[in-house]
Design a protein around this ligand. Structure first.
Ligand code: ADP
Ligand code: ZN
Ligand code: ZN
Length: 747
């Protein structure tokens, strides 16, 4: 088939595959029966020897391909665009920025079922709406046809159209009058969204009488709210408020404003499963339908909620990182809570930062974006310093609560067979005797991080990773926390057959044992990924923590996040030292954030809280800055260090990663990549490596990385633009994979 010059337009299609380019197709020729192709609709196209789903992203007059090579598409899968132009533009921008394939980005953004060639229109119902002529026709002129008149009257009330089913329900069988009206050109068929997509009780706001009360804002909160209210169009804000200072209250006011203006609101949080309280709290206060999007939902639930946002029925969407791509036609406020959290970054496949994209999306929507945290990322603090964001500070705890005091327990030279030194144990005992609650934090699950042989020095190592196998005594297993390898717990040394195997170091299981021995009969809850793997278990444990059933809570970083546990008066941090000397330049920043977040769990109500931090480095300067002068001072010191070293946020990075089951292959590939990069390199761009990854072998693959760094984004992205095609063209073994990480969070 040959397109004439004025013939059919060319459809530019992003195919659901990791391919960088768009593909041109001709529209269907039976154009009158299928819907008119529009950007945002999915199509089925011939691809290679098979067929693929794709999305129309543009319609052009011409193609670079000669006409005889253009293929026709096979089917249009959607009756109407799934993504509106603004959403489409945003996702394609994200793909370009992160150097992802447009199809990969677009289909990542869609509910899973729609990534397959399944029609979405089952969601839509066939219906009718008034034509332009129908809209101007007074129904009185139809006096002699009362059923037609009733139909027209009904349709006047519903300009978007009414489903056939609804018309039948309302007016009785009305087929003949509909046909008659259509023949007179007064109505036309259309697709109608179902009145309510599987109504979900929980998505409805509470009745006004059941709405939780609204506290009066304190002066700092009021100032923060006023600052956002005073903004016009796009504006970035960092809500820098200590834990318990009432950030959520500020969000709620701004959400209320936006709802009053008829806008939709997007709230991003790092993890929802971990913080069921936040959802409940928002639900109790938000007077509009709200849906929650996260990975724990069934495919169907996700899709329904996605459409509720897309069709404007849900006014508030609360979600984890991928919700940044949810279509929201009336979006006019974006909130990112815990903006410093690493979970907001997608770490594989289409790698993106939901926080950074939130700012971009707000720019495109010309609306405010609020990044909130008690421990803002250095990136965001730096953006405040250079005037990109306005910083709103909440420095006091809301209500009666007082900030906790942090006391350092120097454990140098102590052998801690329980993971806890005498000071901490004594304090735990005191609190328990007073009937108060204690939270103990150790970011290491399992019984012990390594098993050793006392006779020959053998240690339990993973055969697929450069890592040790953790003892999980409850399951009698050794497990690799990096690749999931599981081995039965040996009774004798696999190397020398010696009988004297010993656990080395503490994990939460082991500390639990010690605590149960030392405080028999005291109700204790261990909260980590192992103890909460069963559905509903985390909720049960948190509920018990909240109602005071458990006197001791012991957990990993799952416990550090956002929980509001007012009964806790003592927080013990067993070990954070690895953060002080981590390999990653962000290690201290993460350590500080974790420490402050964990400490923030103490004394959230009227009773003041104490925090005891065990460390072998009590004089570490960053730790001192943090403990003596707070996170703000720590962050200033850390920023000064980063500035001096020219590290982010004072420079921008792109990491090229490669891995292969064969040793040296990743390094060899990246050597070639580095050679190519050097040819294109401009003086402002630095090249580091290639070097083996911090954990060189992981899950049986050898890993290496090449780092590109520049003081500005633009030259780096110009380089990538030219480098990427060359990398794709480099000869490489089949099993070698490489990927790009723009603005990496872990190096
Ligand atoms: P954050 O999100 O900063 O950790 P929250 O919004 O959870 O803080 O507030 C901590 C506690 O203080 C909550 O119980 C909240 O209801 C209460 N609170 C917040 N703002 C006020 C206020 N202005 N007056 C009284 N109580 C408040
Ligand atoms: Zn041995
Ligand atoms: Zn492993």
């Amino acid at each position: 088939m040959k397109p004439a010059r004025d013939g059919p337009a060319i459809l530019q299609v992003a195919v659901a595959a990791p391919l960088p380019e768009l593909f041109d197709y001709l529209p269907l020729t039976n154009g009158d029966t299928s819907p008119k192709p529009q950007p945002g609709m999915r199509v089925l196209v011939p691809f290679g020897r098979g067929r693929r789903v794709g999305m129309i992203v543009g319609i052009a007059a011409d193609s670079d391909l000669p006409p005889e090579r253009l293929k026709g598409m096979l089917a249009i899968l959607d009756q109407e665009p799934l993504l509106q132009p603004a959403d489409l533009e945003f996702i394609l921008w994200s793909a370009r920025y992160y150097r992802a394939a447009p199809g990969e980005a677009l289909f990542t953004a869609l509910p899973t079922r729609l990534r397959r060639p399944e029609p979405a229109q089952t969601r839509n119902l066939p219906g009718w709406r008034l034509t332009a002529a129908g809209q101007t026709t007074a129904s009185a002129t139809l006096n002699r046809a009362p059923r037609q008149r009733a139909t027209i009257d009904y349709l006047h009330e519903c300009p978007a159209g009414v489903s056939q089913r609804q018309l039948n329900d309302a007016l009785g069988a009305c087929g003949p009058s509909l046909r008659a009206l259509a023949e007179r050109g007064l109505i036309e068929p259309c697709q109608v969204a179902p009145p309510a997509l599987v109504p979900q009780e929980a998505d409805e706001p509470p009745a006004p009488a059941e709405m939780a009360p609204t506290p009066e804002l304190n002066p700092q909160q009021a100032e923060a709210v006023a600052a956002v209210r005073a903004s016009q169009g796009f504006a970035g804000f960092l809500l820098d408020g200590i834990t318990g200072s009432g950030k959520t209250e500020v969000y709620l006011r701004l959400i209320g404003d936006a709802l009053d203006l008829g806008c939709q609101i997007l709230i991003l949080v790092p993890e929802i499963g971990l913080t069921p309280q936040l959802e409940q709290r928002l639900r109790a206060r938000i007077p509009a339908p709200m849906v929650v999007l996260h990975s724990g939902l069934s495919e169907r639930e996700r899709e329904e909620r996605w459409f509720q946002g897309a069709r404007g029925r849900a006014r508030v969407l609360l979600g984890t990182r991928s919700a940044i791509f949810a279509p929201l036609p009336e979006l006019a406020l974006i909130i990112v809570d815990e903006e410093h959290d690493l979970s907001l970054k997608q770490q594989d496949g289409f790698r993106y930062s939901a926080r950074d994209l939130a700012v971009r999306r707000a720019q495109l929507c010309d609306c405010p974006v609020i990044l909130g945290s008690a421990t803002p990322s250095l990136e965001s603090l730096h953006n405040c310093e250079r005037g990109r964001y306005q910083r709103l500070v909440l420095s006091h705890r809301a209500g009666q609560a007082q900030a906790p005091r942090v006391q350092v327990a120097d454990i140098r030279g102590q052998y801690l067979d329980t993971g806890m030194g005498p000071l901490l144990l004594q304090r735990i005992e005191e609190r328990i005797n007073q009937g108060e609650q204690v939270l103990l934090f150790l970011n290491r699950r399992g019984f012990s991080p390594v098993l050793t042989c006392h006779d020959c020095g053998w240690i339990s190592e993973c055969i697929r990773c450069d890592a040790r196998l953790t003892i999980h005594r409850n399951r009698s297993e050794l497990r690799c926390h990096h690749c999931g390898l599981i081995r039965p717990l040996p009774a004798r040394c696999p190397y020398c057959e010696g009988p004297d195997l010993r656990p080395l170091g503490q994990g939460t299981e082991r500390v639990e044992d010690s605590l149960r021995q030392r405080f028999p009969g005291i109700p204790l809850a261990r909260i980590d990924r192992d103890s909460t793997s069963r559905k509903g278990e985390l909720e049960r444990l948190l509920a018990g923590a909240l109602n005071g059933e458990f006197r001791i809570l012991l957990g990993t970083q799952m416990l550090a996040k956002g929980h509001h546990l007012p009964g806790i008066t003592l927080v013990g941090i067993l070990d954070l030292d690895h953060g002080l000397y981590g390999a990653d330049f962000r290690a201290t920043e993460r350590m500080a954030q974790l420490l402050v977040q964990v400490a923030g769990r103490a004394g959230r109500a009227e009773k003041p809280g104490t925090v005891i931090l065990q460390t072998r480095h009590p004089h570490h300067p960053m730790l001192r800055a943090l403990l003596e002068r707070g996170y703000g001072a720590f962050a200033r010191a850390a920023l000064a260090e980063r500035r001096a070293a020219g590290m982010p946020p004072f420079s921008y990075q792109v990491l090229i990663r490669a891995d292969s089951p064969r040793e040296e292959a990743a390094m060899a590939f990246l050597q070639q990549a580095a050679t190519q990069a050097r040819e294109l390199q401009t003086p402002d761009i630095e090249l580091w490596g290639p070097a083996p990854a911090a954990m060189e072998q992981r899950a049986g693959r050898h890993r290496a990385q090449l780092l590109l760094q520049a003081p500005e984004r633009a030259p780096l992205h110009r380089l990538l633009e030219r480098l990427l095609p060359r990398l794709r063209a480099l000869p490489r073994p089949r099993e070698l994979r490489f990927s790009l990480d723009v603005d990496p969070q872990e190096t």
